[in-house]
Design a protein around this ligand. Structure first.
Ligand SMILES: Cc1ncc(COP(=O)(O)O)c(C=O)c1O
Length: 432
């Protein structure tokens, strides 16, 4: 029996962290308001709660227009339709992200082009974008991943030079600011998810924000089964489905949005303290600070693990040991998307992959993005944002558990355990 919980010792933390999502009386009252006012349907017909929420949400992100939709994936798809991405167009995406960033590109029969991420941020590496641009490239789709922003200064410069549009995937960045501009409002459009793990949530949901009325109108008609947008200055009609968000969900989001700025402050303070405890710890690396992020909106706290500094103990064992100490965390949180079990694709389903080519593109085998692969399979460790909402004792328990595992790391040498095995599988392939 060792000192670590995974080898039979006592777990450092016995108390569970508060559950996420959280709610208060405000959500209950808002839900009751929808229930009793008989307007349950999705924005914009009639949608009092969705309308009010989306206005505030856009404002918080310094955008003029906002539209609720029913998921974050739909938000990205609607944004692609707004900038008129056509079959066969190429869209540059980061290799290290959730599959949900890439699925919408394929679903509009466009071609995702994977670019590696920056080792300092794990977000799209702007230095690698230009070499991936071809005459077919129409848009850049950076993701503000985990706790950092993609370098929007460089991305906007490249987009202007090559006449490309920019959609920011802000599924991890609610309330975040880059140079005092809200996430999603520097590019042409920003797409958000309100799925249940997100910084504000209605279980499922999404939003698209923009400063461009024409794009906003295109989003509105697409997500409302082709009906006219509310303002209809440009008279667009786009075949789409009903992707509207219902009023019950919008009511919950309204209550959650009120708490977001205060929660952002708590997370930022707690993460700062957490870093002060772990700086210069052997085996652990912190992401580089980014002063251009003027409000931190971390979906996850992301740090680096360097196995070569700690007896080559694989990350899977380190993460599993931490989990058994009572600290929820994950290593293989995302895979490079081209390596996920979504691929290879049947090119008959995605015809643009074959157009103008002797052989269809095989997205699984044509890419090698070393930083994404290292982050995904060896280096990155993710802690959910909600662990950072409580008091200092919570943060100390996470830091203490990390130090405890590092101090007793030799107990993990050659260890086999169910939790370690689970860490070698992608989230989609694990037993729940
Ligand atoms: C980076 C990223 N993009 C897109 C999505 C898609 O959002 P949704 O699950 O709401 O469709 C998610 C979330 O799940 C995500 O994490």
């Amino acid at each position: 029996m060792g000192k670590l919980a995974i080898t039979g010792g006592t777990p450092l933390r016995k108390k569970r962290f508060d559950a996420w999502p959280m709610y208060t009386e405000k959500e209950r009252q808002a839900l009751e308001d929808v229930l009793t006012n008989h307007n349950w349907g999705g924005q914009p017909f009639p949608g009092k709660h969705a309308d009010a929420f989306c206005k505030k949400f856009a404002e918080l992100h310094t955008a003029k227009y906002g539209q609720c939709v029913n998921t974050g994936t739909v938000a990205i798809q609607a944004a692609l339709k707004a900038i008129d991405i056509r079959p066969g167009d190429e869209v540059i995406v980061p290799a290290y992200t959730w599959e949900g960033t890439v699925g919408p590109v394929l679903l509009v029969n466009a071609v995702p082009v994977f670019v590696d991420v920056d080792p300092d941020t794990y977000c799209l590496d702007a230095r690698l974008i230009e070499q991936a641009i071809t005459p077919k490239t129409k848009a850049l789709l950076p993701v503000h991943l985990g706790m950092r922003f993609a370098d929007l200064d460089e991305i906007m410069r490249i987009a202007a030079k090559h006449k490309l549009k920019v959609i920011e995937d802000c599924a991890h960045a609610h309330g975040g600011m880059w140079r005092d501009k809200g996430a999603g409002s520097t590019g042409d459009l920003g797409a958000f998810s309100f799925q249940s793990s997100k910084l504000i949530t209605s279980g499922e949901g999404g939003a698209v924000i923009t400063n461009n009325l024409e794009y906003h109108e295109r989003v509105q008609t697409y997500i409302n089964a082709g009906r006219a947008s509310v303002t209809d200055k440009f008279h667009h009609r786009i075949i789409g489905f009903n992707y509207r968000l219902g009023e019950f969900q919008a009511a919950v989001l309204g209550a959650q949005l009120e708490r977001l700025p205060d929660q952002a402050k708590v997370r930022q303070t707690n993460m700062g303290y957490f870093e002060s405890r772990l700086r210069n710890t052997r085996g652990i690396g912190l992401l580089k600070p980014e002063p251009r992020i003027t409000r931190l909106a971390p979906y996850g706290y992301v740090m680096k693990y360097f196995a070569d500094q700690v007896n080559d103990i694989p990350r899977s064992a380190f993460v599993a040991a931490l989990q058994l100490e009572g600290i929820p965390c994950d290593g293989l949180f995302y895979e490079p998307v081209y390596k996920s079990s979504l691929f290879p694709l049947d090119p008959n389903d995605y015809p643009a992959l074959s157009w103008g080519r002797a052989k269809p593109l095989d997205l699984r085998s044509m890419y090698q993005c070393p930083v994404s692969e290292r982050a995904a399979y060896h280096e990155a460790i993710w802690f959910s944002h909600h662990l950072f909402l409580g008091g200092k004792e919570n943060i100390d328990s996470i830091a203490d558990a990390i130090l405890k595992v590092l101090e007793n790391i030799e107990e993990l040498l050659g260890l086999e355990h169910r939790a370690i095995k689970a860490q070698t599988l992608s989230r989609a392939d694990r037993e729940s």
